[in-house]
Design a protein around this ligand. Structure first.
Ligand code: AMP
Length: 186
C-alpha cells in the first residue's frame, strides 16, 4: 500500500480497561507507537477505558487523532473534544462507517461486545470482497485466543472458508504489531 498522505490506523478497543493491567499498558504503548510513526489514530472518540488510554497516549506523544462518536454516547463514553478532529454522528452505523472510511488499517485491541461487533463487521466486509484493508488482532496475553478458536470452529464445521483466517493477522504484542503495520502501510 503506497499512500500520498500519512497513514491512518483505526483502533477498536474496550470502553473499559479490562482486568489485566497488560491491556492498559498495551493501549499506552500503541498510542505512543502510532504517534511516533506519524500514523493518525482513528477511534471511537471516547475518554473511557482502553479507548481513552490509547487516545491520551497518542496525544501526549504528539500524534494526530480522529475520533467519531454518536450523539447519544457523548455522555456515556465521555466524548473527547480535544482530538485533532472530532466528529459526532447521529447513529452507531454512521460512526462505524466514518471510522472505517478514514482508515487504512484496522487494529482490534482487547475489548467487549462492541469491539467484537466492530471486528466482525470489517471481517465480514472483507470476506465478501468489499475492502482489502488489513485487520490486526492485538493478542495481549492471549486475549483473542478464544476468538481464534471460534474462527477455527466455524471453518471446521463448514460455515466459513479456511481463508477467513487469512484476513486477520494476529500480533502477540505492540512491537510485533508495529512492525506488521509498517509492512502493511508501506
Ligand atoms: P466494548 O468493546 O463493548 O467496550 O465497546 C467498544 C466500543 O464499541 C464502544 O465505543 C461502543 O460504543 C462501541 N460499539 C458497541 N456497539 C457498537 C455498534 N453496534 N456500532 C458502533 N459502535 C459500537
Amino acid at each position: 500500500m503506497s499512500l500520498s498522505r500519512s497513514a491512518s490506523v483505526c483502533v477498536y478497543c474496550g470502553a473499559r480497561p479490562g482486568r489485566d493491567p497488560a491491556f492498559a499498558a498495551a493501549a499506552t504503548d500503541l498510542g505512543t507507537a502510532l504517534a511516533a510513526r506519524g500514523w493518525r489514530l482513528v477511534y471511537g472518540a471516547g475518554d473511557v477505558g482502553l479507548m481513552g488510554i490509547v487516545a491520551r497516549s497518542a496525544q501526549s506523544a504528539g500524534g494526530e487523532t480522529f475520533g467519531v462518536i454518536p450523539v447519544h454516547l457523548m455522555n456515556m463514553e465521555v466524548g473527547k473534544r480535544d482530538l485533532t478532529q472530532f466528529v459526532v454522528t447521529e447513529t452507531m452505523h454512521e460512526r462505524k462507517k466514518v471510522m472505517f472510511m478514514n482508515a487504512d488499517a484496522v487494529v482490534v485491541m482487547p475489548g467487549g461486545a462492541g469491539t467484537l461487533d466492530e471486528f466482525f463487521e470489517v471481517l465480514t466486509w472483507r470476506q465478501i470482497g468489499l475492502h482489502e484493508k488489513p485487520i490486526f488482532l492485538l493478542d495481549t496475553n492471549g486475549y483473542w485466543q478464544p476468538l481464534i478458536a471460534l474462527m477455527d470452529h466455524l471453518i471446521a464445521q463448514g460455515f466459513a472458508d479456511a481463508s477467513l483466517k487469512d484476513f486477520v493477522t494476529l500480533c502477540a504484542d505492540v512491537p510485533s504489531l508495529e512492525e506488521a503495520l509498517r509492512v502493511a502501510l508501506s
